[in-house]
Design a protein around this ligand. Structure first.
Ligand SMILES: *[C@@H]1O[C@H](CO)[C@@H](O)[C@H](O)[C@H]1NC(C)=O
Ligand SMILES: *[C@@H]1O[C@H](CO)[C@@H](O)[C@H](O)[C@H]1NC(C)=O
Length: 299
């Protein structure tokens, strides 16, 4: 499918051909065909079906230092986790969407709106571990696992499909993720993770610092810096070994887990998407996102 190869960007300095256009008609048509004919068409489309079985996992924990019970907070009258789940269900590449949680209240809420839930242990230290445990508990053979952050209630289904397809189209990659344009004002914010990629859209590095660095010492307003979005998809076999790989120096220094992938020499595919990140990290973010949804008539 041509989703990732038909783009051209005004700025010639980032690679062409790895940009997902959110609203590509061809993709919509193909997605409709897959939706209508299920496994049969999917097998045809992916010729032999390599890495064709895809599960989306939404890790959700109750305890959080900054925002207790965050997945259940209501956003315009609906729990945030439900909004994320509804978006994920619209992604055409996912065979199955599950919520992975350690908390009975979250599980109950999710079953209430129709989600499949996998209970995971409270000992999971991060979303990746939770996804890995959920995958084991599901007991089915999946080729690709998408880690869908529960705190991005406005996640675009096209972004989910974009990272899945980019992984399927890049057999040498074990991991895929998405970036969007960084606002120059966010250039020096260590909570905004920057990314640089090679000409083929493979990640070179991620940093909390400004990359690339301009010798003026300032953010260059002309440079198309890339902001990393939290969503990730993994090759399922890689996900099994990922948590077991020992921490690496750059990962520890930057406190960025995904660096472990690069430091071990694995390849990571990155797609560029149009997306305003509207993550909910602290209680104050709820009002911001509600204001935005009202403004854009999202109910
Ligand atoms: C650095 O940034 C300035 C704008 O602030 C830009 O004109 C220049 O091309 C950039 N690169 C170098 C190598 O100076
Ligand atoms: C998650 O936590 C485990 C255990 O502390 C660690 O080994 C692993 O690197 C972490 N995973 C990520 C993706 O950081």
């Amino acid at each position: 499918m041509a989703v990732c190869s038909s783009g051209s960007e005004p700025s010639g300095s980032i690679g062409k051909g790895w940009i997902v256009h959110s609203l590509l008609i061809g993709a919509a048509v193909a997605a409709a065909a897959v939706a209508a004919h299920g496994g049969f068409f999917r097998r045809l489309l992916w010729r032999g079906g390599y890495r064709s079985r895809v599960v989306g996992i939404i890790p959700a924990r109750f305890a959080s230092s900054r925002f207790q019970g965050k997945p259940l907070v209501h956003i315009l009258g609906k729990p945030m986790i439900q909004r994320t789940w509804e978006r994920a269900k619209m992604a055409s590449t996912l065979d199955h969407v599950v919520v992975a949680t350690d908390d009975e209240t979250i599980a109950k809420c999710c079953r209430g709106f129709g989600a499949d839930v996998v209970m995971t242990s409270e000992a999971c230290k991060n979303g990746t571990e939770r996804c890995n445990e959920a995958l084991e508990k599901l007991g089915k053979d999946y080729d690709v696992v998408v880690n869908i952050q529960g705190d991005e209630p406005l996640i675009d289904p096209e972004i989910i499909d974009g990272i899945v397809k980019s992984l399927q189209e890049s057999p040498d990659a074990v991991f895929s993720t998405a970036v969007t344009s960084l606002k120059p004002d966010d250039g020096t914010d260590p909570n905004r993770v920057k990314c640089i990629v090679d000409n083929n859209g493979y990640a070179i590095y991620f940093s909390r610092g400004l990359i690339p660095y301009n010798k003026s010492g300032k953010v260059n307003p002309q440079f198309p810096y890339l902001l990393h979005l939290g969503i990730q998809s993994f090759d399922a076999k890689f996900l099994k070994i990922y948590p077991k790989l020992a921490p690496t120096p750059l990962q520890l220094e930057e406190d960025l887990e995904q660096l472990k992938v690069l430091e071990n020499g694995y390849k990571m595919k990155v797609i560029k998407v149009d997306h305003d990140a509207h993550g909910v990290d602290i209680p104050e973010d709820v009002e911001k996102i509600e204001a935005l949804m009202r403004e854009r008539n999202i109910s």
